[in-house]
Design a protein around this ligand. Structure first.
Ligand SMILES: *[C@@H]1O[C@H](CO)[C@@H](O)[C@H](O)[C@H]1NC(C)=O
Ligand SMILES: *[C@@H]1O[C@H](CO)[C@@H](O)[C@H](O)[C@H]1NC(C)=O
Ligand SMILES: *[C@@H]1O[C@H](CO)[C@@H](O)[C@H](O)[C@H]1NC(C)=O
Ligand SMILES: *[C@@H]1O[C@H](CO)[C@@H](O)[C@H](O)[C@H]1NC(C)=O
Ligand SMILES: *[C@@H]1O[C@H](CO)[C@@H](O)[C@H](O)[C@H]1NC(C)=O
Ligand SMILES: *[C@@H]1O[C@H](CO)[C@@H](O)[C@H](O)[C@H]1NC(C)=O
Ligand SMILES: *[C@@H]1O[C@H](CO)[C@@H](O)[C@H](O)[C@H]1NC(C)=O
Ligand SMILES: *[C@@H]1O[C@H](CO)[C@@H](O)[C@H](O)[C@H]1NC(C)=O
Length: 511
């Protein structure tokens, strides 16, 4: 039995209002919000969830709980009817030291329930280290810089149904031990700055993208876990079942190459970079990270319905769009032969079906796109081009997905987001070599049947809703992928693999 830190138990704040709903008061940012939980198929879903700023929780109509192998939507709360009262009763307040992270009291926390005699033991646990932001001394914790996106990851972690807020520390302090017959898999998240992103939420914002809200220093910092971190109790006592999750936001991956070789190659890490190459990472444990949408479209229920019914295939006005610059990396030799992944499209602008060009260009300004917001254009787009830019990844990719368009990607050897056991991107995106940007790809798009388009669009939008729209979903996707590796085995990465080419120059390894 694990008790609350202050030794108290909370009164049950959930009020049953009938067979089908309960009302629940929760506190966030000092305000009381009223949640209504509706029971469907024996499961409770947050229906009237509140939306409050960037970190608000909303229910996605697109989340299909019946396909959810882990029994959670990751989208607020979901619980078996019998255990619903636990949602607020047990640990309604945060038990992590990092007091700057909003704790979602509506999440049904399965470890907490299990240790209080309710429900099944989850197969895996998420823990957060207490070495940096989450250390006991918050004066010190708040002196460590952090990026806004990295804070979002932390929020996704502490609000995962399998997160255990005190396990790591209790183990370190000898208040717990790992039983010899334990089978739990442990995912350790590192509470120090391993991720820096210059372009989110403000593209080109640099210092604007630092988390300065709680007086943290204005400093860009990226750290690696040290050898000492892997001598901690959990790594020692649960060998083979524990992984440290290492995010990396560098446009060029990790510059030291130390994930691949040297002393760090065998550390139990799952390395999750925004922009690294398939050929450089570990095929079993690593996975790509998805860049968030800076300009995020929000589809209306009607627009979502049009995706579900395939009406979007005939209603969307623009067949192919790309409004942006022509920078496709510093790979001039490759460009001289094949052209750039972006620039190769520019000559195919036809002002009727294909709209491609820089935002201020004559061809865009004198087209039907004139005056439309970037998000509006994408919401009316069938295929949204998302070719690699300076780096292999692109923020546009998530923007296209948010708008319900089908992304067309050119990024040779890029490590695609999420484990391939979880997301087969070939079901959604049109993935083509960089050398085929332009005419070759446009022909394929024109020949694709409406039915195939509809299937792809539905799959894409579901992936977006499940794993990309919110940081909670992203963390859930990261963990679900690793759980599939552990339980069902390893699949090969998707994407354009340079190793598949007999002539390496046809595949662009230049990051
Ligand atoms: C959480 O529990 C504490 C008692 O431990 C109680 O005072 C508080 O009102 C509860 N908050 C909510 C939102 O239920
Ligand atoms: C926390 O850290 C601050 C800054 O170093 C220090 O002044 C303070 O004494 C520490 N507090 C505790 C309880 O150790
Ligand atoms: C593990 O072993 C302990 C002690 O031998 C036992 O009480 C417990 O039920 C076992 N747990 C499992 C899951 O087998
Ligand atoms: C790791 O590989 C890179 C190039 O792939 C090389 O430059 C570096 O020296 C290697 N490091 C070690 C420790 O072997
Ligand atoms: C991945 O890393 C593990 C160590 O964590 C190592 O045993 C394995 O050989 C690596 N696999 C590949 C394909 O690099
Ligand atoms: C492009 O199409 C628009 C109508 O959508 C038209 O007004 C404009 O003249 C066309 N531009 C050119 C260069 O043909
Ligand atoms: C584009 O490809 C089609 C089909 O292969 C071909 O007929 C056409 O000439 C090509 N256009 C250009 C501009 O290369
Ligand atoms: C690559 O292999 C294919 C099939 O074996 C062959 O047709 C092609 O000419 C080869 N390309 C190069 C550049 O060697």
């Amino acid at each position: 039995m694990v008790s609350k830190k202050d030794g108290t138990t909370s009164p049950n704040r959930a009020q049953w209002t009938g067979d089908n709903t309960i009302d629940l008061d929760i506190t966030r940012d000092g305000n009381i919000f009223r949640l209504k939980l509706a029971l469907m198929l024996g499961l409770a879903l947050v229906v009237n969830a509140f939306v409050s700023g960037r970190f608000g929780w909303t229910l996605s109509s697109f989340i299909d709980t019946s396909e959810d192998v882990f029994g959670t939507t990751g989208n607020g709360a979901i619980a078996k009817k019998d255990d619903a009262s636990l949602i607020s009763e047990l640990w309604n307040t945060s038990l992590v030291h990092d007091e700057t992270l909003p704790w979602d009291p509506s999440v049904y926390r399965k470890w907490i329930a299990y240790e209080n005699g309710h429900g099944e033991k989850p197969p895996a646990m998420l823990v957060l280290t207490n070495l940096g932001w989450n250390q006991k001394n918050q004066t010190l914790g708040k002196q460590i810089p952090r990026h806004i996106r990295n804070k979002e990851f932390m929020i996704g972690i502490i609000n995962h149904p399998w997160f255990h807020p005190t396990f790591w520390e209790e183990l370190e302090e000898g208040q717990r031990t790992i039983p010899p017959n334990d089978t739990t898999r442990y995912y350790v998240f590192f509470d120090r700055p391993t991720y820096y992103d210059s372009h989110y939420p403000v593209y080109g914002g640099y210092n604007d993208n630092l988390d300065l809200a709680d007086g943290r220093p204005k400093e860009r910092r990226e750290e690696w876990p040290s050898p000492r971190d892997f001598t901690r109790t959990l790594f020692r006592d649960a060998p083979g079942r524990v992984r440290l999750i290492q995010f990396n936001g560098g446009g060029w991956g990790i510059n030291s190459y130390e994930r691949l070789n040297g002393s760090k190659a065998d550390w139990p890490i799952s390395y999750i970079p925004l922009s690294d190459l398939i050929s450089r990472v570990n095929a079993t444990w690593d996975q790509g990270l998805v860049a968030p949408a800076d300009k995020e479209a929000h589809l209306s229920p009607h627009q979502q319905e049009e995706i579900a019914t395939c009406e979007a295939e005939t209603k969307r006005k623009f067949f192919v769009t790309y409004v942006g610059n022509g920078r496709s990396g510093r790979n001039s030799k490759f460009h001289q032969v094949f052209g750039g992944a972006r620039g190769s499209y520019f000559s195919f602008h036809d002002n009727q079906t294909v709209f491609v060009g820089p935002p201020d260009s004559k061809q865009i300004q004198e087209s039907a796109l004139k005056g439309l917001a970037y998000e509006t254009i994408l919401m009316e787009t069938v295929f949204g081009l998302a070719p690699r830019g300076d780096n292999k990844f692109s923020y546009r990719f998530a923007e296209v997905m948010a708008a319900g368009a089908i992304p067309v990607a050119h990024a040779d050897d890029w490590l695609w987001p999420f484990r391939p056991e979880l997301v087969d991107w070939n079901e959604c995106a049109v993935i083509m070599p960089e050398k085929d940007a332009g005419n070759v790809t446009l022909q394929i798009l024109k020949e694709m049947s409406l039915e195939e388009r509809c299937q792809r669009r539905k799959r894409c939008y579901k992936i977006y809703k499940d794993y990309m729209e919110r940081p909670e979903g992203l963390i859930r996707g990261v963990v679900e992928g690793l759980e599939l590796v552990a339980t069902t085995g390893v699949k090969p990465f998707v994407g354009i693999k340079c190793s598949d080419y007999n002539y390496s120059f046809e595949c662009n390894m230049q990051r």
